[in-house]
Design a protein. Sequence first.
Length: 86
Amino acid sequence: MVFFGLGGLFYVAVLLINAIAILSEDRFLARIGWTASAEPAGFGGPRDDASVKARLINLVSSVRTVMRIPLIPINFLMIMYLLVLG
């Protein structure tokens, strides 16, 4: 039962971050209009009235930028843990 406890929450968080990190901006995000260039001028600055879509685009872009390198060792350790301890 992997989905009980903090271990399951960790697995779900890593899998969701992996899913966001591998989204291709050219192939997938541009088709649905979720690129930074799809937003009006002034996007990216700290605004209180930014739309939900603009905030989600900013979140996806931030996760793709910041978490790409740390995900490599995290995924490696998670795979080794699952292989050894099942």
